[in-house]
Design a protein around this ligand. Structure first.
Ligand code: UFG
Length: 327
């Protein structure tokens, strides 16, 4: 059976493609390579196309025997979404709507969506269960929230079945060293620390030391990208076996502050991380911590790589290997 992976040349998409191939699925990567990277394509059939262009989506769907669609392709920078909400609403919503339209035309009903913990906004309860109120605090999070609403309406009206996976902080790299993070620009904490240590970035900024947390820096739930990828396999098998729509957190129920991550990076790399204190970024919440109960129970999924040492080590190995070659 063929699986369409929109955004399969991106960070989380490429790790999931690797897992899909290992599981024996035939993969069609649909990507416009605007942020996807050729270096992150290590298998599968590639269809270069743009989700803003329905004809190019139809071409990919013209390939026979498609069982499901995984949708990773989206803009992901919270800060940019504040400055340019139009870009985010247009791109993230219309591209997803186009994809759903072609799915309905071709009678494909199984959909796995890359959602985000950003749908919750500032947590009222920790760890955050899936039943937590949805109150996104930035346009990026709004696009994920609106798309989840769209999915619910499409299920009711057209019988679409979806699993919306709400990622917490994806981090780390393929333990076999084939894949890793290659964002451009890079805005995430762990790669920014490591790229700075490798001399690939001039400085490292620590955004916000006045959060209402123990050490004043923001606290996040970091999940290894290979664990995320494996959760997609479980979700896909689940929806293929018994189509039922669900919203599921993907996190670890463990969290670390920015200062704790800096300390881990120092331990693993043996280097000192000198940082420049900067004000908080707009839209950054103080704490994110996932309840992972639903994922474990429903998907029969277990974390394998998400201890923080493995996350930082695999990321470090990847960035060292790619030093000098980064975009
Ligand atoms: N940070 C720094 N310096 C940096 C980068 C980040 O201090 O160079 C801080 C941030 O301010 C934040 C924390 O490190 O407090 C984590 O930042 P990331 O950018 O790594 O991750 P975010 O929690 O901001 O965002 C991630 C995803 C979003 C998603 C969000 C919630 O990138 O797409 O998790 O799921 F919305």
């Amino acid at each position: 059976m063929k699986i369409i992976v929109a955004g399969g040349a991106g960070y989380i998409g490429s790790h999931t493609v690797k897992a899909l191939i290992r599981e024996g699925f035939e993969v069609i990567i649909f990507d416009n390579f605007s942020s996807g990277k050729k270096e992150l394509v290590i298998g599968g059939e590639v269809v270069v196309g743009d989700l803003m262009d329905k004809e190019s989506i139809r071409k990919a769907f013209g390939l026979k025997d498609i069982g499901a669609v995984l949708h990773f392709a989206s803009l992901i920078q919270v800060g940019e979404s504040y400055v340019n909400p139009q870009k985010y609403y247009t791109q993230n919503l219309i591209s997803g709507l186009n994809l759903l339209e072609v799915m309905l035309e071709t009678g494909i009903k199984n959909f796995i969506f890359s959602s985000s913990a950003a749908v919750y906004g500032v947590p009222q309860q920790l760890p955050i269960p899936e039943s937590h109120p949805l109150n996104p605090v930035n346009p990026y999070g709004q696009t994920k929230f609106f798309f989840e609403k769209i999915l619910e309406d499409y299920e009711r009206a057209y019988g679409l079945k979806f699993i919306s996976l709400r990622y917490f902080n994806a981090a780390g790299a393929d333990p076999e060293g084939q894949l890793g993070e290659l964002h451009e620009p890079e805005t995430h904490l762990i790669p920014n620390i490591l790229l700075f240590l490798l001399g690939e970035k001039e400085g490292f900024n620590l955004f916000g030391m006045d959060f209402p947390t123990e050490d004043g820096t923001a606290v996040r739930d970091y999940i290894h990208v290979t664990d995320l990828a494996n959760a997609h396999i479980r979700a896909l098998k689940k929806i293929l076996a018994s189509p039922r729509s669900e919203f599921i957190n993907l996190g670890t129920n463990k969290s670390y502050s920015v200062l704790e991550i800096i300390k881990k990076a120092e331990e693993i790399t043996g280097q000192k991380v000198n940082y420049t204190k900067k004000p908080k970024r707009k839209g950054d919440v103080p704490v994110l911590l996932a309840s992972k109960q639903k994922a474990e129970q429903l998907l029969e999924w277990k974390l394998k790589y998400s201890n923080i040492e493995t996350i930082v080590e695999t990321a470090w190995n990847w960035h060292k290997k790619n030093a000098g070659a980064s975009p």
